[in-house]
Design a protein around this ligand. Structure first.
Ligand code: GUN
Ligand code: FE
Length: 460
């Protein structure tokens, strides 16, 4: 009989104690990001998968696990509302091009060369990078095929994700393998939602993801609008990112891009539009009137040379603007701190320093992202009853030791490598700079192997 089967009388005092559940974080500076933007010095208690208490938690409270956080900022995990996990292994393969050429000559040929194995490797590697950098939730547009492989890869990684299979049914520039028949694109999107929406304790969700108006038929966009209403699913698309894209849509439809999308029936609070760099007053008014969400991607907009989005003007009209890195093929990092800093400094250039304050930017990176995804009752702030998705930012580093305003420190001085701990849905995925579920080197190695093979399949 092996030693583990010995009776309770021979076991140590703790060996047979039942799991009490719960997680405590002690001694943090908690940026709640609640409506009052309260900052609380103290502890956080997680019980039964929810935030149970904030402030002074009884030191005798029994929990399974305690994290000492003295000197750290505790804040909601970042919500990146525009990402392409599938493009993570394209990093470094698609530089120095503007949007339409970038898509035609690099991105679409590489997406056409993806298979289930390369998609899974790209998703795992991206999830590792995102989680270790403090992003806990994403809205991702994947490629046309094999999106089940992405959901399967994400489930054990622990990232919260709203994922859509890319839909493209009309565009001569799209490679044959990525071009679908309209009905097939819709049926597959609905089937994926049936399989995955709400899985993993609600952590995985499905969205409709028509790529952009340029590569979708009117029929497809109309069907997506109706299905989004029927099922309550987010619609994730790109809009008015680039001047040539906007000119193309005007020549095809006679309308500005956002008016065209509204004309297909898509305008609703579930419509999430990535970029919106080239949107005029009347388009902004339309978006505000329908509570359409804008997903701002400053790093991508700079690298693709797309332009500077009118973030201050859109926010002044009451439009929800959240943040995303877009893909590693057009950014090329996935670090939300980088996007926060760029969001703020680009509006300084456009409208003068202070036009978009650091605290507003942290709100865009957390609570606005949750709102865009319709998840604001669950995540986006640190409040009792919400899901425990949070991060710790270590302040013992030279560049973070000074300064009295935590929002300023986070937006202007911190970076992803300063995140010491990441918790999603109460699960500690990164602690004290160490991942608990994966080996980052293994994931990077697998991603590199898949990237090399994919590049040769694509003929690069
Ligand atoms: N517009 C259509 N597809 C894409 C994409 O993959 N990335 C970006 N940045 N814009 C797009
Ligand atoms: Fe994008």
């Amino acid at each position: 009989m092996d030693a583990h089967a010995q009776g309770p009388s021979l076991a140590g005092p703790h060996a047979r104690q039942p799991r009490v559940g719960g997680l405590a974080v002690r001694g943090a500076t908690i940026l709640t990001m609640n409506d009052a933007f309260d900052i609380v010095e103290g502890d956080l208690l997680v019980r039964d998968g929810r935030i149970a208490a904030i402030g002074q938690v009884d030191p005798h409270e029994r929990v399974d696990h305690t994290i000492q956080a003295h000197g750290a900022y505790l804040l909601p995990g970042f919500v990146q509302t525009h990402i392409h996990l599938c493009q993570t292994i394209f990093r470094g393969y698609a530089d120095d091009l503007a949007l339409l050429d970038w898509l035609k000559t690099r991105i679409w040929p590489m997406e056409a060369a993806h298979n289930a194995s390369s998609l899974a490797a790209s998703a795992r590697y991206a999830a590792c990078e995102l989680l270790q950098g403090g992003t806990t939730t994403i809205l991702s547009m994947e490629t046309v095929h094999d999106t089940d492989a992405v959901f399967e890869a994400l489930e054990p990684m622990g990232l919260r994700a709203v994922v859509g299979k890319c839909m493209m049914d009309s565009d001569p520039a799209v490679p044959a393998r990525l071009l679908e028949r309209t009905a097939q694109s819709i049926d597959e999107s609905v089937a994926i939602a049936k399989r995955w929406h709400g899985r993993a304790n609600g952590r995985l969700r499905a969205a409709f993801a028509p790529r952009f108006a340029v590569s979708c038929s009117r029929e497809l966009l109309e069907a997506v609008g109706a299905l989004s209403k029927e099922h309550g699913l987010v619609v994730h698309t790109h809009a008015s990112e680039n001047r040539d894209e906007v000119a193309l849509m005007r020549s095809r439809t006679g309308l500005s891009n956002i008016h065209y999308l509204a004309n297909t029936g898509l305008a609703s609070p579930r419509l999430c539009l990535a970029h919106c760099v080239w949107v005029d007053e009347s388009e902004q008014a339309l978006m505000a009137g329908h509570d359409v969400k804008v997903l701002h991607c400053p790093g991508s907009n700079l690298k693709l040379g797309s332009g500077l989005a009118p973030v201050v003007e859109m926010r002044a009209k009451g439009i929800s603007v959240s943040l995303g890195a877009d893909g590693a093929a057009c950014n090329n990092h996935l670090d939300m701190f980088g996007e926060m800093r760029l969001a703020a400094v680009l509006q300084s250039v456009r409208k003068g320093p202070g036009a978009l304050k650091a605290r507003e930017v942290v709100a865009m990176a957390t609570r606005e992202g949750a709102r865009a995804l319709g998840l604001d009752a669950e995540i986006g702030s640190i409040e009792p009853g919400k899901r425990p998705d949070f991060i710790l930012v270590d302040r013992r580093r030279p560049h973070l030791a000074l300064g009295t305003d935590p929002y300023s420190t986070l937006v202007y001085a911190a970076r992803g490598t300063d995140v010491s701990t990441t918790v999603v849905d109460g699960h500690v995925l990164v602690e004290n700079f160490r991942a608990t579920r994966w080996d980052a080197q293994d994931l990077a190695r697998a991603a590199r192997t898949e990237a090399n093979a994919l590049a040769s399949r694509a003929g690069f």
